[in-house]
Design a protein around this ligand. Structure first.
Ligand code: GDP
Ligand code: MG
Length: 242
């Protein structure tokens, strides 16, 4: 089964070697790893180039000129993924919070669904990141807010760990998505649902980041507040398809 795995990176050089070896150790899938790097100052792109040269593994590196945010990194990565004519596309973080070992299960659930979302917040899921009280409040409060404004019933609407049948991503107007930070994930899920695609959730353990630092910022949190309202307004005439 042909799968393109899209990972945006910003300063993830320490995590890359482990990510690559865990992804290519998976059995029963034929993955292409697509790394979208925003000229990380820590030399992430160089690490990717070296691994690719030394191992010959199917890895595509997209290098962008500057830090442009998660949203456009995914749009560029998905466009590259669709050009490979793969059957499935997986999106995940590069910091190993998303365990690559869940990928076969996510893909299996695409036998009956169009989109599979890895969720921290359903039975058997958990979040092992030791977040401060405030970050927890912002995250879980943000989930309820996003669910209410966008009419989603997903338990983890900001999850960046998902698998799609390729036709989902080729049917959605990806270039119209304007979200920059984590709210990109909710806009994508919202559009998938509006286009009539079926969504399922699979529990997983979100692992604590052990190398590198989070890129969460105030501007991303503020975007998370106003963007859901803007998304609702922007797609007001988009009726549910199918
Ligand atoms: N290309 C690119 N990747 C980014 C950017 N911001 C974050 N990332 C990557 O997106 C993933 C999730 O970011 P992270 O900082 O771990 O977010 P957190 O888990 O919410 O704290 C990681 O693989 C990051 O390296 C960005 O502006 N550009
Ligand atoms: Mg992270």
């Amino acid at each position: 089964m042909s799968v393109a795995i899209v990972c945006p990176t910003y300063n993830e050089s320490e995590n890359l070697p482990s990510l690559v070896s865990r992804v290519f150790a998976l059995e029963g899938i034929d993955p292409r790893l697509i790394i979208v790097d925003d000229s990380s100052p820590d030399g992430t792109a160089k690490v990717v180039e070296t691994i690719t040269r030394e191992t010959g593994l199917p890895i595509t590196l997209i290098e962008r000129q500057e830090k442009m945010g998660l949203g456009t990194a995914y749009i560029d990565g998905f466009s590259a993924a669709l050009k490979t004519n793969c059957e499935f596309v997986v999106q995940m973080d590069a910091d190993l919070s998303h365990p690559p070992e869940l990928i076969p299960l996510l893909l299996k659930s695409l036998q009956n669904h169009d989109v599979a979302v890895a969720s921290r917040y359903i039975k058997d899921g958990s979040n092992n990141e030791k977040w401060s009280y405030w970050r927890k409040l912002v995250s879980r409060g943000g989930d309820s807010y996003v669910r209410t404004i966008l009419g989603l019933n997903a338990s983890d609407p900001k999850s960046g760990f998902k698998a799609f049948r390729s036709n989902v991503l080729s049917s959605i107007p990806l270039n119209a998505i304007s979200s920059v930070g984590f709210i990109f994930q909710s806009e994508l899920l919202f559009l998938a649902k509006k286009h009539g695609f079926s969504v399922t959730e699979i529990p997983y353990e979100f692992a604590k980041r052990t190398a590198g630092i989070s890129k969460m910022s105030w501007s991303i949190i503020i975007e998370g507040l106003f963007r859901p309202l803007q998304i609702r307004w922007k797609y007001i005439n988009l009726r549910k398809k199918r």
